[in-house]
Design a protein around this ligand. Structure first.
Ligand code: HEM
Ligand code: FES
Length: 437
């Protein structure tokens, strides 16, 4: 329910407010369609702040586009490690530039008395939200590495599903909280655009192409008499035209992509009654499945022990999957010492289920973005997208009389005084509620 609200309801509300709010503002108050320059009031901090902010945010937002517009091409480009590393490094540098610029802009607005007169609460709120969004984006890029690759199969199809009015949140439902926060924050920022000075991004100044060059200066009668440079200022428009052309090409690419998907939505084949009832049946089945899962989860929560396997059914090279107390997948192996190794099978990168077979270096593979985890230490290989180890689970071994003969907690500490070689291999291995995180 919460997911539907944040990832379906919020986006459509944001898009509606963005479009309707921007149009209404233009109709009611066209002169407010501007960034409302404050250069006259303070320009030293503005120069550094606005330069870092605009360079940083332009690189970041342009960097978001290829994964969204040409995901297949982007995926194949980023499969080259040098390219991927370059893209990610540029992203991190642009984020830092952006953060520095935003901090200067926020401090400038808060500190300067003159600026406070022309600053609204929403201006400050938006600056802070964008700062937060950039910090979340940067943390995400650092903690869930190689977003340039994984975004093509997750956030990209989710965004297209929203824009083509066929919302599908399954792509992002299971993603880490940081990624979900980044998406929610993006919708909130979008929603506030029409009510803030950010609306100036829509006021593309076409008249600049045609009108004579102008430079705005403070003029007083006294200054006019002493300063000849105020008479005519001739400046080249070449740089502006170049920048504008770049932006137009990016804008055109974006509109082609969006129009193509929208056309796909409106000209899709009609759904027959049979097809519709089949869809409903599938939906019902999914709901029943969810209800069953929840019941199963509740039952598990009540149990002190959950059965994993008999000791003699565990293998050194091939793990046996089981579900832990929190319904997450886990794997049980037999260690070289003849005792169980229980390890989470939920990848610490983005949550895929890792494979169950050991490679020749004693590691299991997460196939989603290729992270190898050593099952003894849980550690991922160097350079893997995953940074954190897979956690181990505690276990207990019970004999036929349901007595615990040996036990190990998740940190590896053993309880029980029994010679391993004397343990009956038909004894059963369990996970225990007391070891649950
Ligand atoms: C207000 C709009 C947004 C801003 C300001 C923003 C900002 C950022 C920043 C600063 C980064 C870190 C870049 C890096 O260090 O590589 C980032 C990464 C990312 N953002 Fe956004 N973002 C926005 C909207 C979105 C949206 C709508 C999505 C998709 C639904 C998205 C998906 C991603 C992904 C997948 C990454 C990871 C990229 C990587 O690791 O290379 N962002 N974002
Ligand atoms: S989910 Fe990305 S490597 Fe496992």
């Amino acid at each position: 329910m919460m997911n539907q609200m944040f990832f379906v309801g919020l986006p459509y509300l944001a898009l509606f407010l963005l479009v309707a709010g921007s149009i209404l503002r233009y109709v009611w108050n066209p002169f407010s369609y501007s960034a409302l320059s404050s250069q006259f009031l303070e320009k030293n901090a503005l120069l550094w702040g606005t330069l870092s902010w605009h360079i940083g945010i332009l690189i970041i937002l342009l960097g978001h586009l290829p994964a969204f517009l040409v995901p297949e091409l982007w995926k194949s480009l980023t499969s080259n490690f040098v390219f991927l590393l370059t893209v990610e490094t540029v992203g991190v540098m642009a984020s830092i530039l952006c953060i520095a610029g935003l901090i200067i802009l926020i401090v400038r607005r808060v500190v300067s008395g003159k600026l406070q007169q022309v600053t609204t609460v929403i201006d400050i709120l938006l600056l802070v939200l964008i700062l937060l969004q950039v910090v979340i984006g940067l943390s995400m890029a650092l903690m869930h590495r190689w977003g340039a690759v994984w975004s093509t199969g997750t956030t990209t199809p989710y965004l297209w599903s929203i824009l083509t009015f066929r919302p599908d949140i399954s792509y992002i439902e299971e993603m880490p909280l940081l990624v979900q926060a980044h998406i929610v924050m993006a919708w909130i920022i979008l929603m506030l655009v029409p009510f803030s000075r950010l609306v100036h991004i829509f006021s593309f100044p076409f008249q600049y192409f045609f009108r004579p060059p102008q430079k705005v200066v403070w003029v007083s009668e006294r200054r006019k008499e002493h300063d000849d440079s105020l008479v005519v200022v001739q400046e080249s428009r070449r740089d502006f035209v170049k920048g504008a052309l770049g932006l137009s090409v990016a804008g055109a690419l974006l509109s082609v992509g969006v129009l193509d998907k929208l056309a796909g939505f409106f000209y899709k084949p009609e759904v027959s009654v049979e097809e519709e009832s089949k869809l409903l049946e599938q939906k019902l089945k999914r709901l029943e499945q969810t209800a069953e899962e929840r019941t199963y989860q509740l039952e598990r929560m009540k149990k002190e022990f959950i059965y994993v396997s008999r000791l003699n059914q565990l293998d050194i090279e091939k793990g046996k999957y089981f579900i832990d107390y929190l319904m997450r997948p886990a794997l049980a192996f037999l260690g070289k010492d003849g005792l169980p190794i229980l390890i989470s099978a939920k990848c610490t990168h983005l949550g895929c289920t890792v494979g169950s077979e050991l490679d020749n270096q004693g590691r299991i593979l997460c196939p989603c973005h290729v992270s190898y985890f050593n099952i003894n230490t849980g550690m991922p290989n160097q350079g893997a997208p995953a940074l954190d180890p897979l956690p181990h689970l505690g276990w207990v071994i019970m004999n036929a009389n349901n007595e615990i003969i040996l036990e190990q907690d998740p940190s590896g500490k053993r309880y029980g005084n029994v010679n391993v070689s004397s343990i009956d291999k038909s004894n059963r291995v369990f996970i225990a509620k007391k070891h649950k995180e």
